[in-house]
Design a protein around this ligand. Structure first.
Ligand SMILES: [Zn+2]
Length: 136
């Protein structure tokens, strides 16, 4: 029996009780779509909310927030290293670098030049961004 009708019982998410609970169908939108339901626990009448859909929505929101949090300097660095072309050059203050150049720094490790600032280079390393002198 998968057919619904007014007066029948259905499991719906209740916005007041914040739980999936037994509800009584009040109105059908069409023979297959439930319109309004009345919560058997709190007595509120509201639009039918599929408990499965509700659970999915919560999950999506959570994973979105998690992925937002994980975008940090380390990930950015990994992306930049992966997309940078050419071979890395050993960093010395005498070498001239350009934006997009790969740098091999003896202390900070591999990095990518992000910008030129007042004749210096802004380099993204795995754990930090450094302003370094170059082209001396
Ligand atoms: Zn309720």
């Amino acid at each position: 029996m998968s057919e619904f009708a007014a007066g029948k019982e259905v499991l719906s998410y209740c916005g007041k009780c914040k739980l999936p609970l037994a509800h009584m169908i009040v109105v059908m939108k069409d023979p297959k779509t439930i319109g309004k339901v009345t919560c058997k626990t709190c007595g509120a009448t509201h639009a039918y909310k599929d408990p499965a859909t509700k659970a999915k929505k919560v999950k999506t929101t959570k994973s979105k927030a998690a992925s937002k949090k994980s975008v940090n300097i380390n990930d950015l660095w990994a992306q930049e290293i992966a997309s940078a072309s050419g071979t890395s050059q050993k960093y010395t203050i005498k070498t001239k670098f350009a934006v997009g150049d790969l740098i091999d720094h003896k202390k900070f490790g591999p990095g990518v030049v992000q910008a030129l600032v007042d004749g210096k280079i802004e380099v993204l390393f795995q754990h930090e961004v450094k302003i370094l002198v170059h082209n001396l």
